[in-house]
Write a protein that binds this ligand. Structure first.
Ligand code: HEC
Length: 189
C-alpha cells in the first residue's frame, strides 16, 4: 500500500524539480545576457562586482545640508586636482552621522568644486564647476573601503569617471579619518 501511494508523489516531485531547474536555467541565461557592468567583472566575485557597479549622480545634492566651504589656493600641493572653492553637502542620513560619528547605509556626501574668478573690483567669485566628488555609505557593498563607495563626476557629466586605482586612492586618504567614520569635514558651529 505505501509503495503504491509513494510512487506518484515521487514522480510529481521530480517533475516539479525539472520545472524549477528549467526556470532557473532560463533566468540565468537572461541575467548572463545583461551581464556585468564592467568587462573585467567576469573575474570578480559577486561582492566585488557589486562594489564596482557605478554610483549614480546624486541629483539635487545642492539642496542637502551645507556642511562647510573651503578654498584651496594656488601653491597648495592639492591645487592641480582640488584647487578652487569647494562646498560640502550631506544628505539626511549623513547629517546624523556627523553628529554621532556613525554613518548609516544610505548616507551620502558631496564635495562640489569650483574655479574662482577675480572680479574687476578685486573680490573673488565662484567660477565654473570643476567636478563633484561623492561618497556613498553601504557597509556590505563597500566593505573593502571602510563601507564607503567613492565616485567623481566631471562638471556636467552624470557618469562616474574614476577607475579602480583612483577609487583606491580616495579610500587610502580617507582612511586617515577612520576614527571619524572616514569623513574629514566637521559640522561647523
Ligand atoms: C590626499 C587626501 C585626499 C584624497 C586623495 C581624497 N580626499 Fe576627499 N577629502 C579630503 C579632505 C582633507 C577633505 C575635507 C575638505 C574640507 O574639510 O574642506 C575631503 C572631503 C571629501 C568629501 C566630503 C566629505 C568629507 O570627508 O569631508 C568627499 C565626498 C570626498 N572628499 C570624496 C573624495 C573622492 C571621491 C576622492 C577620490 C577621487 C577623494 N575624496 C580623495 C582628502 C582627500
Amino acid at each position: 500500500m505505501r509503495a503504491d501511494t509513494a510512487a506518484p508523489r515521487r514522480r510529481t516531485v521530480i517533475a516539479l524539480a525539472l520545472v524549477v531547474a528549467g526556470a532557473l536555467g532560463s533566468g540565468l541565461a537572461i541575467s548572463a545576457g545583461y551581464a556585468a557592468p564592467e568587462p573585467t567583472s567576469a573575474d570578480l566575485t559577486s561582492a566585488e562586482a557589486a562594489a564596482h557597479a557605478p554610483i549614480a549622480f546624486p541629483q539635487g545634492y545642492t539642496r542637502w545640508t551645507h556642511i562647510k566651504s573651503g578654498l584651496i589656493p594656488a601653491g597648495h600641493p592639492a591645487f592641480a586636482s582640488y584647487g578652487g572653492l569647494h562646498h560640502i553637502y550631506a544628505n539626511e542620513l549623513a547629517l546624523a552621522g556627523y553628529r554621532d560619528g556613525r554613518f548609516a547605509d544610505g548616507a551620502m556626501l558631496a564635495y562640489d568644486l569650483f574655479e574662482t574668478r577675480v572680479t574687476p573690483d578685486g573680490s573673488i567669485d565662484q567660477g565654473p564647476r570643476r567636478h563633484v566628488d561623492v561618497m556613498v555609505k553601504d557597509a556590505r557593498r563597500y566593505a573593502a573601503t571602510g563601507g564607503w563607495g567613492y565616485a567623481e563626476f566631471a562638471a556636467g557629466a552624470d557618469a562616474d569617471r574614476l577607475n579602480s586605482g583612483q577609487r583606491a586612492g580616495c579610500a587610502a586618504c580617507h582612511e586617515h579619518r577612520k576614527a571619524q567614520g572616514y569623513v574629514f569635514s566637521e559640522l561647523q558651529g
